[in-house]
Design a protein around this ligand. Structure first.
Ligand code: PLP
Length: 412
Protein backbone atom coordinates (compact mmCIF):
# COMPACT_ATOMS: atom_id res chain seq x y z
CA UNK A 1 0.00 0.00 0.00
CA UNK A 2 1.25 3.48 -0.83
CA UNK A 3 0.97 6.08 1.93
CA UNK A 4 1.95 9.71 2.28
CA UNK A 5 5.50 10.46 3.35
CA UNK A 6 5.80 10.73 7.14
CA UNK A 7 7.46 14.14 6.72
CA UNK A 8 4.00 15.52 6.02
CA UNK A 9 3.11 16.75 9.48
CA UNK A 10 -0.50 17.86 9.37
CA UNK A 11 -1.49 20.46 11.97
CA UNK A 12 -5.13 19.29 12.12
CA UNK A 13 -6.94 16.05 11.15
CA UNK A 14 -9.19 17.94 8.71
CA UNK A 15 -9.76 16.66 5.18
CA UNK A 16 -11.13 19.59 3.21
CA UNK A 17 -14.11 18.70 1.04
CA UNK A 18 -15.34 22.12 -0.05
CA UNK A 19 -15.04 25.77 0.78
CA UNK A 20 -16.79 29.08 0.34
CA UNK A 21 -15.28 32.42 1.25
CA UNK A 22 -13.53 32.10 4.62
CA UNK A 23 -15.40 28.88 5.43
CA UNK A 24 -14.42 25.30 4.83
CA UNK A 25 -16.25 22.00 5.30
CA UNK A 26 -14.62 18.63 5.93
CA UNK A 27 -15.67 15.27 4.52
CA UNK A 28 -18.12 14.79 7.39
CA UNK A 29 -19.66 18.15 6.52
CA UNK A 30 -18.28 19.80 9.65
CA UNK A 31 -17.95 23.56 9.18
CA UNK A 32 -14.74 25.45 9.99
CA UNK A 33 -13.74 29.08 10.00
CA UNK A 34 -10.63 28.85 7.86
CA UNK A 35 -8.21 31.44 9.20
CA UNK A 36 -5.32 29.86 7.29
CA UNK A 37 -6.48 30.41 3.67
CA UNK A 38 -4.04 27.78 2.42
CA UNK A 39 -1.21 29.77 4.07
CA UNK A 40 -2.41 33.10 2.77
CA UNK A 41 -3.15 31.96 -0.77
CA UNK A 42 -6.93 31.96 -1.22
CA UNK A 43 -7.36 35.66 -0.53
CA UNK A 44 -10.55 35.95 -2.56
CA UNK A 45 -12.00 33.07 -0.52
CA UNK A 46 -12.43 29.44 -1.40
CA UNK A 47 -13.70 28.84 -4.91
CA UNK A 48 -14.93 32.37 -5.55
CA UNK A 49 -17.50 32.07 -8.37
CA UNK A 50 -15.68 34.59 -10.58
CA UNK A 51 -12.36 32.78 -10.19
CA UNK A 52 -14.04 29.45 -10.91
CA UNK A 53 -15.73 30.87 -14.02
CA UNK A 54 -12.51 32.44 -15.33
CA UNK A 55 -10.56 29.21 -14.80
CA UNK A 56 -13.27 27.04 -16.36
CA UNK A 57 -13.51 29.29 -19.38
CA UNK A 58 -9.74 29.22 -19.85
CA UNK A 59 -9.43 25.44 -19.36
CA UNK A 60 -11.82 24.91 -22.24
CA UNK A 61 -9.66 27.12 -24.50
CA UNK A 62 -6.07 26.25 -23.72
CA UNK A 63 -4.48 24.92 -20.53
CA UNK A 64 -0.79 25.21 -21.22
CA UNK A 65 1.24 27.07 -23.81
CA UNK A 66 4.92 27.40 -23.04
CA UNK A 67 5.92 31.05 -22.98
CA UNK A 68 9.32 30.71 -24.61
CA UNK A 69 7.64 29.09 -27.62
CA UNK A 70 4.19 30.69 -27.90
CA UNK A 71 2.42 33.32 -25.82
CA UNK A 72 -1.16 33.12 -24.63
CA UNK A 73 -3.78 35.82 -24.09
CA UNK A 74 -4.16 35.54 -20.26
CA UNK A 75 -0.40 36.06 -19.86
CA UNK A 76 -0.39 39.15 -22.08
CA UNK A 77 -3.54 40.59 -20.48
CA UNK A 78 -2.32 39.92 -16.96
CA UNK A 79 1.03 41.56 -17.69
CA UNK A 80 -0.74 44.69 -18.91
CA UNK A 81 -3.24 44.77 -16.06
CA UNK A 82 -0.51 44.43 -13.44
CA UNK A 83 0.30 48.03 -14.35
CA UNK A 84 -2.75 48.98 -12.24
CA UNK A 85 -1.17 47.66 -9.06
CA UNK A 86 2.60 47.55 -9.50
CA UNK A 87 4.63 50.42 -8.03
CA UNK A 88 5.72 53.02 -10.55
CA UNK A 89 8.90 52.13 -12.37
CA UNK A 90 8.56 48.39 -11.83
CA UNK A 91 7.13 47.90 -15.28
CA UNK A 92 8.72 44.65 -16.38
CA UNK A 93 7.46 41.35 -14.98
CA UNK A 94 8.51 37.77 -15.16
CA UNK A 95 6.37 34.82 -14.04
CA UNK A 96 7.12 31.55 -12.26
CA UNK A 97 5.03 29.06 -10.27
CA UNK A 98 5.92 29.40 -6.59
CA UNK A 99 7.35 31.86 -4.14
CA UNK A 100 10.67 30.01 -3.95
CA UNK A 101 11.09 30.09 -7.70
CA UNK A 102 10.38 33.81 -7.76
CA UNK A 103 12.93 34.35 -4.99
CA UNK A 104 15.48 32.46 -7.07
CA UNK A 105 14.56 34.52 -10.12
CA UNK A 106 15.12 37.73 -8.14
CA UNK A 107 18.45 36.45 -6.85
CA UNK A 108 19.60 35.51 -10.34
CA UNK A 109 18.50 38.89 -11.70
CA UNK A 110 20.31 40.77 -8.91
CA UNK A 111 23.52 38.89 -9.61
CA UNK A 112 23.15 39.32 -13.37
CA UNK A 113 22.43 43.04 -13.06
CA UNK A 114 25.22 43.90 -10.61
CA UNK A 115 27.83 41.28 -11.44
CA UNK A 116 28.26 40.90 -7.67
CA UNK A 117 27.98 37.61 -5.76
CA UNK A 118 26.69 38.35 -2.25
CA UNK A 119 23.28 38.86 -0.69
CA UNK A 120 22.45 40.28 2.74
CA UNK A 121 19.38 38.79 4.43
CA UNK A 122 17.76 39.47 7.81
CA UNK A 123 17.20 37.27 10.87
CA UNK A 124 13.83 35.55 10.83
CA UNK A 125 13.41 35.89 7.07
CA UNK A 126 11.71 33.09 5.18
CA UNK A 127 12.19 32.86 1.44
CA UNK A 128 11.40 29.25 0.57
CA UNK A 129 12.69 25.70 0.52
CA UNK A 130 14.67 25.24 -2.69
CA UNK A 131 18.37 25.11 -1.89
CA UNK A 132 19.02 28.72 -2.89
CA UNK A 133 15.88 29.97 -1.15
CA UNK A 134 16.71 27.93 1.97
CA UNK A 135 20.19 29.50 1.93
CA UNK A 136 18.49 32.89 2.19
CA UNK A 137 16.13 31.71 4.95
CA UNK A 138 16.83 32.14 8.67
CA UNK A 139 13.42 31.71 10.30
CA UNK A 140 14.21 28.28 11.76
CA UNK A 141 16.91 25.63 11.65
CA UNK A 142 14.45 23.06 10.24
CA UNK A 143 14.61 24.91 6.93
CA UNK A 144 18.44 24.73 6.75
CA UNK A 145 19.97 22.04 8.95
CA UNK A 146 21.17 18.96 7.16
CA UNK A 147 21.28 20.54 3.71
CA UNK A 148 24.88 21.72 3.73
CA UNK A 149 26.55 22.95 1.69
CA UNK A 150 24.02 25.69 1.20
CA UNK A 151 24.63 28.50 -1.30
CA UNK A 152 27.66 30.64 -0.51
CA UNK A 153 27.60 34.43 -0.44
CA UNK A 154 24.74 34.91 2.03
CA UNK A 155 25.24 37.10 5.10
CA UNK A 156 22.64 37.42 7.87
CA UNK A 157 22.13 40.51 9.99
CA UNK A 158 19.39 41.55 12.48
CA UNK A 159 15.82 42.42 11.55
CA UNK A 160 14.22 45.02 13.83
CA UNK A 161 12.16 42.64 15.99
CA UNK A 162 11.42 44.43 19.29
CA UNK A 163 9.82 41.32 20.81
CA UNK A 164 13.04 39.38 20.33
CA UNK A 165 15.42 41.99 21.68
CA UNK A 166 13.10 43.35 24.35
CA UNK A 167 13.81 46.94 23.28
CA UNK A 168 11.65 49.68 21.82
CA UNK A 169 10.99 49.79 18.08
CA UNK A 170 13.33 52.80 17.72
CA UNK A 171 16.15 51.12 19.63
CA UNK A 172 15.74 47.89 17.68
CA UNK A 173 15.70 49.71 14.36
CA UNK A 174 18.84 51.65 15.25
CA UNK A 175 20.53 48.44 16.40
CA UNK A 176 19.59 46.61 13.18
CA UNK A 177 20.98 49.41 10.99
CA UNK A 178 24.19 49.61 13.00
CA UNK A 179 24.61 45.88 12.70
CA UNK A 180 24.04 46.17 8.96
CA UNK A 181 26.82 48.76 8.70
CA UNK A 182 29.06 46.53 10.76
CA UNK A 183 28.21 43.61 8.48
CA UNK A 184 29.06 45.67 5.38
CA UNK A 185 32.33 46.63 7.03
CA UNK A 186 33.41 43.22 8.26
CA UNK A 187 31.66 40.40 6.42
CA UNK A 188 30.58 41.39 2.94
CA UNK A 189 31.95 44.54 1.42
CA UNK A 190 29.38 46.71 -0.40
CA UNK A 191 31.28 46.27 -3.68
CA UNK A 192 30.63 42.52 -3.46
CA UNK A 193 27.00 42.83 -2.43
CA UNK A 194 24.34 42.42 -5.08
CA UNK A 195 21.26 42.86 -2.92
CA UNK A 196 19.49 43.25 0.39
CA UNK A 197 16.58 40.78 0.52
CA UNK A 198 13.87 41.53 3.08
CA UNK A 199 10.21 40.89 3.91
CA UNK A 200 8.28 44.07 4.84
CA UNK A 201 6.55 41.92 7.47
CA UNK A 202 8.34 38.76 8.63
CA UNK A 203 6.01 35.87 7.79
CA UNK A 204 7.30 32.49 8.94
CA UNK A 205 9.61 34.49 11.21
CA UNK A 206 6.71 35.50 13.46
CA UNK A 207 4.56 38.23 11.84
CA UNK A 208 6.85 41.11 12.73
CA UNK A 209 6.42 44.32 10.68
CA UNK A 210 9.55 46.20 9.62
CA UNK A 211 9.74 49.90 10.42
CA UNK A 212 9.70 52.88 8.08
CA UNK A 213 13.12 53.95 9.36
CA UNK A 214 14.61 50.51 8.85
CA UNK A 215 13.47 50.24 5.23
CA UNK A 216 14.55 53.84 4.62
CA UNK A 217 17.95 52.90 6.07
CA UNK A 218 18.20 49.97 3.69
CA UNK A 219 17.22 52.17 0.76
CA UNK A 220 19.80 54.80 1.69
CA UNK A 221 22.62 52.23 1.94
CA UNK A 222 21.43 50.50 -1.23
CA UNK A 223 21.63 53.78 -3.17
CA UNK A 224 24.98 54.69 -1.66
CA UNK A 225 26.61 51.41 -2.61
CA UNK A 226 24.78 50.39 -5.80
CA UNK A 227 23.13 47.49 -3.96
CA UNK A 228 19.64 46.39 -5.05
CA UNK A 229 16.77 46.30 -2.58
CA UNK A 230 14.62 43.19 -3.09
CA UNK A 231 11.31 43.14 -1.24
CA UNK A 232 9.80 39.69 -0.75
CA UNK A 233 6.05 40.27 -0.74
CA UNK A 234 5.15 36.63 -1.37
CA UNK A 235 2.98 36.53 1.76
CA UNK A 236 2.28 40.23 2.26
CA UNK A 237 1.17 41.30 -1.22
CA UNK A 238 -2.24 41.44 -2.89
CA UNK A 239 -4.03 43.31 -0.12
CA UNK A 240 -3.12 41.01 2.75
CA UNK A 241 -1.94 43.79 5.08
CA UNK A 242 -4.67 46.33 4.29
CA UNK A 243 -2.65 47.96 1.49
CA UNK A 244 -2.11 46.34 -1.88
CA UNK A 245 1.60 46.00 -1.03
CA UNK A 246 2.84 45.90 2.54
CA UNK A 247 5.77 48.18 1.73
CA UNK A 248 3.27 51.01 1.15
CA UNK A 249 2.81 51.13 4.94
CA UNK A 250 6.47 52.13 5.21
CA UNK A 251 6.81 54.43 2.16
CA UNK A 252 9.44 52.01 0.91
CA UNK A 253 10.45 51.29 -2.67
CA UNK A 254 11.79 48.11 -4.23
CA UNK A 255 14.26 47.53 -7.02
CA UNK A 256 12.88 44.02 -7.39
CA UNK A 257 9.48 43.05 -6.01
CA UNK A 258 8.62 39.38 -5.45
CA UNK A 259 5.00 38.21 -5.31
CA UNK A 260 3.10 34.90 -5.20
CA UNK A 261 0.44 33.38 -2.85
CA UNK A 262 -2.57 35.75 -3.20
CA UNK A 263 -1.86 36.46 -6.86
CA UNK A 264 -4.08 33.73 -8.39
CA UNK A 265 -6.50 32.65 -5.64
CA UNK A 266 -4.94 29.20 -5.29
CA UNK A 267 -3.51 28.46 -8.72
CA UNK A 268 0.29 28.18 -8.73
CA UNK A 269 1.70 31.47 -9.97
CA UNK A 270 4.40 33.90 -8.85
CA UNK A 271 6.13 36.91 -10.35
CA UNK A 272 8.98 39.32 -10.00
CA UNK A 273 8.77 42.93 -11.11
CA UNK A 274 11.64 45.33 -11.83
CA UNK A 275 12.51 48.26 -14.07
CA UNK A 276 13.16 47.76 -17.76
CA UNK A 277 16.79 48.72 -17.20
CA UNK A 278 17.27 46.01 -14.59
CA UNK A 279 15.25 43.33 -16.32
CA UNK A 280 17.17 43.84 -19.54
CA UNK A 281 20.32 42.63 -17.75
CA UNK A 282 18.91 39.08 -17.64
CA UNK A 283 19.52 37.02 -20.73
CA UNK A 284 17.10 34.64 -22.46
CA UNK A 285 17.26 31.13 -21.05
CA UNK A 286 18.50 32.28 -17.66
CA UNK A 287 15.03 32.50 -16.12
CA UNK A 288 11.84 30.48 -16.30
CA UNK A 289 10.73 26.89 -16.62
CA UNK A 290 8.28 24.59 -18.34
CA UNK A 291 5.20 25.58 -16.36
CA UNK A 292 5.78 29.30 -15.79
CA UNK A 293 2.76 31.57 -16.32
CA UNK A 294 0.27 28.74 -16.83
CA UNK A 295 -2.71 29.96 -18.86
CA UNK A 296 -5.34 28.92 -16.29
CA UNK A 297 -3.32 30.45 -13.44
CA UNK A 298 -2.99 33.72 -15.38
CA UNK A 299 -6.73 33.77 -16.10
CA UNK A 300 -7.36 33.20 -12.38
CA UNK A 301 -4.95 36.03 -11.54
CA UNK A 302 -6.81 38.40 -13.86
CA UNK A 303 -10.08 37.48 -12.16
CA UNK A 304 -8.39 37.87 -8.76
CA UNK A 305 -7.39 41.44 -9.62
CA UNK A 306 -10.98 42.22 -10.59
CA UNK A 307 -12.48 40.65 -7.47
CA UNK A 308 -10.03 42.51 -5.22
CA UNK A 309 -10.99 45.78 -6.92
CA UNK A 310 -14.77 45.23 -7.24
CA UNK A 311 -15.26 43.83 -3.75
CA UNK A 312 -12.91 46.37 -2.12
CA UNK A 313 -10.90 43.59 -0.52
CA UNK A 314 -7.90 45.75 0.37
CA UNK A 315 -10.21 48.02 2.38
CA UNK A 316 -11.91 44.97 3.90
CA UNK A 317 -8.52 43.57 4.95
CA UNK A 318 -7.81 46.86 6.70
CA UNK A 319 -11.18 47.04 8.47
CA UNK A 320 -11.52 43.38 9.39
CA UNK A 321 -7.88 43.42 10.43
CA UNK A 322 -8.56 46.26 12.87
CA UNK A 323 -11.62 44.44 14.20
CA UNK A 324 -9.69 41.20 14.68
CA UNK A 325 -6.72 42.92 16.23
CA UNK A 326 -8.88 44.69 18.82
CA UNK A 327 -10.45 41.35 19.78
CA UNK A 328 -7.07 39.60 19.99
CA UNK A 329 -5.63 42.40 22.11
CA UNK A 330 -8.55 42.18 24.50
CA UNK A 331 -7.91 38.45 24.97
CA UNK A 332 -4.16 39.05 25.25
CA UNK A 333 -4.76 41.43 28.14
CA UNK A 334 -6.39 38.60 30.10
CA UNK A 335 -3.62 36.01 29.74
CA UNK A 336 -0.07 36.10 31.14
CA UNK A 337 0.99 33.47 28.58
CA UNK A 338 0.36 35.93 25.73
CA UNK A 339 3.30 38.25 25.11
CA UNK A 340 1.60 40.39 22.49
CA UNK A 341 -0.36 40.73 19.28
CA UNK A 342 1.33 41.92 16.11
CA UNK A 343 1.14 42.09 12.35
CA UNK A 344 -0.72 44.25 9.85
CA UNK A 345 -4.17 44.03 8.29
CA UNK A 346 -5.33 40.42 8.07
CA UNK A 347 -1.89 39.08 8.87
CA UNK A 348 -2.02 38.90 12.66
CA UNK A 349 -0.06 36.87 15.18
CA UNK A 350 -0.40 36.25 18.93
CA UNK A 351 2.83 35.32 20.66
CA UNK A 352 2.97 32.82 23.55
CA UNK A 353 5.69 32.87 26.23
CA UNK A 354 6.24 30.61 29.22
CA UNK A 355 6.53 31.69 32.86
CA UNK A 356 10.23 32.48 32.32
CA UNK A 357 9.42 34.71 29.38
CA UNK A 358 10.77 32.25 26.81
CA UNK A 359 9.00 31.69 23.48
CA UNK A 360 6.52 28.85 24.04
CA UNK A 361 5.90 26.82 20.88
CA UNK A 362 4.16 24.03 22.78
CA UNK A 363 1.53 26.44 24.13
CA UNK A 364 0.93 27.86 20.65
CA UNK A 365 0.49 24.36 19.21
CA UNK A 366 -1.94 23.40 22.01
CA UNK A 367 -4.05 26.46 21.28
CA UNK A 368 -3.93 25.82 17.54
CA UNK A 369 -5.17 22.25 18.00
CA UNK A 370 -7.85 23.18 20.50
CA UNK A 371 -9.07 25.92 18.16
CA UNK A 372 -9.39 23.39 15.33
CA UNK A 373 -11.50 21.19 17.61
CA UNK A 374 -13.65 24.24 18.23
CA UNK A 375 -14.07 24.89 14.50
CA UNK A 376 -11.36 27.51 13.92
CA UNK A 377 -8.38 26.62 11.70
CA UNK A 378 -5.16 28.46 12.55
CA UNK A 379 -1.43 28.29 11.79
CA UNK A 380 1.67 28.85 13.87
CA UNK A 381 4.93 30.61 12.99
CA UNK A 382 8.07 32.03 14.61
CA UNK A 383 11.44 30.32 15.08
CA UNK A 384 10.04 28.43 18.12
CA UNK A 385 6.57 28.04 16.63
CA UNK A 386 5.50 30.38 19.43
CA UNK A 387 3.16 32.60 17.38
CA UNK A 388 -0.40 31.60 16.47
CA UNK A 389 -1.21 33.36 13.25
CA UNK A 390 -4.49 34.33 11.70
CA UNK A 391 -4.54 34.88 7.98
CA UNK A 392 -8.13 34.50 6.74
CA UNK A 393 -9.37 35.20 3.22
CA UNK A 394 -9.73 38.93 2.56
CA UNK A 395 -13.47 38.35 1.95
CA UNK A 396 -13.95 37.43 5.62
CA UNK A 397 -17.06 39.11 7.03
CA UNK A 398 -17.58 41.10 10.21
CA UNK A 399 -19.73 38.27 11.63
CA UNK A 400 -17.07 35.68 10.84
CA UNK A 401 -14.39 37.75 12.56
CA UNK A 402 -16.67 38.07 15.60
CA UNK A 403 -17.26 34.34 15.58
CA UNK A 404 -13.51 33.59 15.31
CA UNK A 405 -12.78 36.03 18.14
CA UNK A 406 -15.34 34.28 20.32
CA UNK A 407 -13.83 30.83 19.61
CA UNK A 408 -10.39 32.29 20.29
CA UNK A 409 -11.36 33.77 23.64
CA UNK A 410 -12.94 30.45 24.70
CA UNK A 411 -9.94 28.44 23.51
CA UNK A 412 -6.91 30.32 24.80
N1 PLP B 1 8.79 34.10 0.61
C1 PLP B 1 7.91 34.28 1.61
C2 PLP B 1 7.88 35.60 2.31
C3 PLP B 1 7.02 33.26 1.98
O1 PLP B 1 6.15 33.46 2.98
C4 PLP B 1 7.08 32.03 1.27
C5 PLP B 1 6.18 30.93 1.63
O2 PLP B 1 5.56 30.90 2.67
C6 PLP B 1 8.03 31.89 0.25
C7 PLP B 1 8.85 32.94 -0.06
C8 PLP B 1 8.13 30.60 -0.51
O3 PLP B 1 6.99 30.40 -1.29
P1 PLP B 1 6.58 28.95 -1.82
O4 PLP B 1 6.20 28.15 -0.63
O5 PLP B 1 5.45 29.22 -2.75
O6 PLP B 1 7.77 28.40 -2.52
Amino acid sequence: MVALSPILKQATPVIAARGEGALLWDEDDRRYLDFTAGIGVTSTGHSHPRIVAAAQEQIAKIIHAQYTTVMHRPLLDLTERLGEVLPQGLDRVFFANSGSEAVEAALRLARQATGRPNVVVFHGGFHGRTVAAASLTTSGTKFRSGFAPLMAGVTVTPFPDPSHYGWSQEETTEFALRQLDYTLQTLTSPEDTAAFLVEPVLGEGGYVPATTEFLAGLRERAERHGILLILDEVQTGWGRTGRFWAHEHFDATADILITAKGIASGFPLSAIAASEELMSKAWPGSQGGTYGANAVACAAALATLEVIRDEHLVENADQRGKQLRAALEEVAGQHDAIAGVRGLGLMLGTEFRDADGKPDGAAATRVQQAAAENGLLLLTCGAWGQVVRMIPALVVTEEQVDEAAQVWSQTV
